[in-house]
Design a protein around this ligand. Structure first.
Ligand SMILES: [Zn+2]
Length: 434
């Protein structure tokens, strides 16, 4: 089955991408293999018709595009967006805590972590390290410990009889991971980084570790599950699933249209950063491609942006958390996300276009609207729409347990979304209504 093979690639991508830096590294490798050329933002760009390019900022945000042979002012650019970051726990700058013979690591919460599932997991550490080498040069390198090296043990139920009724988690006190059992005199976390770097990269001639961004992650591999393998489970489905689907759709597109994929970091913390969707990266790259602001505005008016980020499937144990008319089901196709208050950017025009696209390509499609008495989340769709002025819609694969350390989706839905995005890139004429 096509989606079986597709999911093999998706699960491998999730496994090799414990942080946004690793995700972008994985995406870079796939783009290079597919003949895309990496652009250096410090140099002049000479973009050729039919050329396939990408640029990376901060190692964690990426824009890849095909400069189509079709006149871009006529056909616009078919754009897809997603985000590379996921909620997680990050090691603090001075993390070393010694208590009862344990060496623990102080951690900071990144984004809206669903914290309870982080207990009793076999955790590893990955991220990037900034260092000075023996020649006095400043460098950075990605590091992944791979093996489980930390754990946040639960408190036994015998020591908290009310645990099943009323346990709440204090983010400063209760989630400090145990890193190792060690003497007071044993080295610091920084010392561990130094020895790990020397072991993994003997060639870098490390002098000093200057700083780091290291995240904890679950070492349990992404997997298929369900009696008939109907589901997939993994960390970071939000939103590496959409990054992977968008990437495959772009890499596989061979027609004459101009197409683009942007995957931003920092969505989970509001997107306001140099490399977030609120920052200038997409605008800058479009400007360099198209030449001037007027050209950019012309092209924006004939383009369409599909923001892909996971949706909430209706959970059989909590059906009343959804509006009874808008409960997306797993394995029933991508979800168009709508919100009258513009927390999602979809409107009649852009959602109508997507429905038609799905209908023509035999992809089932669903709708999500939050219950009217509950607050609605948001994503990069409205942010990109307001930054670039491009017509936008928000879609996503329905999932369970969003922001848990292990999320779940239907096994059919990633491929459905791929088919829809592929059809979007291949769509003849100007995407959207005229
Ligand atoms: Zn998301």
């Amino acid at each position: 089955m096509k989606n079986e093979k597709f999911n093999d690639g998706l699960l491998a991508f999730l496994q090799s991408s414990p942080t946004p830096y690793h995700a972008v590294q994985s995406m870079e490798a796939a783009l290079l293999e597919a003949g895309f050329i990496k652009l250096n933002e410090k140099e002049n760009w000479y973009l050729e018709e039919g050329g396939r390019y990408f640029a990376v900022r901060n190692g964690s945000s990426i824009v890849a595009f095909i400069k189509g042979r079709e006149d871009v002012h006529e056909g616009g650019i078919r754009m897809v967006g997603a985000h590379t970051d996921s909620p997680c726990l990050k090691v603090k700058p001075n993390p070393d805590i010694r208590n009862k013979g344990f060496h623990q690591l102080g951690v900071e919460v990144y984004g809206g972590v669903l914290i309870n599932p982080w207990f009793d997991r076999d955790l590893s550490l990955a991220g990037r390290v900034a260092y000075e080498n023996t020649r006095g040069e400043l460098k950075q390198v990605l590091l992944d410990f791979v093996e489980p090296v930390a754990v946040i043990p639960s408190l036994a139920i015998h020591l908290d009889r009310e645990a099943n009724n009323s346990r709440s988690v204090n983010l400063q006190r209760d989630i400090v991971p145990i890193f190792r059992q060690a003497e007071q005199s044993s080295g610091t976390f920084n010392d561990v980084l130094v020895s790990e770097l020397r072991r993994k990269y003997p060639e870098i001639e490390l002098k000093t570790v200057l700083d780091y961004e290291m995240c904890l992650y679950d070492t349990q591999q992404p997997a298929r599950l369900g009696f008939k393998g109907e589901f997939i489970a993994s960390a970071r489905l939000d939103n590496l699933l959409s990054c992977y689907v968008g990437l495959q759709a772009l890499v596989d597109y061979e027609g004459a249209h101009s197409c683009l994929l942007v995957c931003n970091d920092h969505e989970e913390v509001g997107s306001c950063s140099a490399i977030g969707a609120q920052g200038p990266m997409l605008h800058d790259i479009l400007l360099r491609w198209l030449g001037d602001e007027q050209a950019l505005m012309r092209v924006a008016s004939s383009s369409l942006f599909i923001s892909a980020d996971n949706a909430h499937g209706v959970h059989p144990n909590y059906t009343d958390k959804h509006d009874s008319q808008h409960g997306p089901l797993l394995n029933s196709g991508p979800v168009i996300k709508l919100n009258a208050n513009q927390r999602y950017a979809s409107n009649a025009e852009t959602a109508g276009f997507f429905r038609l696209l799905c209908e023509r390509n035999k992809v089932p499609v669903q709708s999500f609207v939050m219950r009217s008495d509950m607050a609605c989340g948001s994503t990069i769709g409205p942010i990109t729409a307001s930054a670039i002025g491009v017509k936008t819609l928000d879609v996503g694969v329905p999932t369970f347990a969003m922001h848990s350390i292990r999320e779940m989706a239907g096994a059919d839905d990633p491929y459905y979304l791929y088919q829809a995005l592929n059809a979007f890139f291949a769509f003849e004429g100007c995407p959207g209504f005229q």
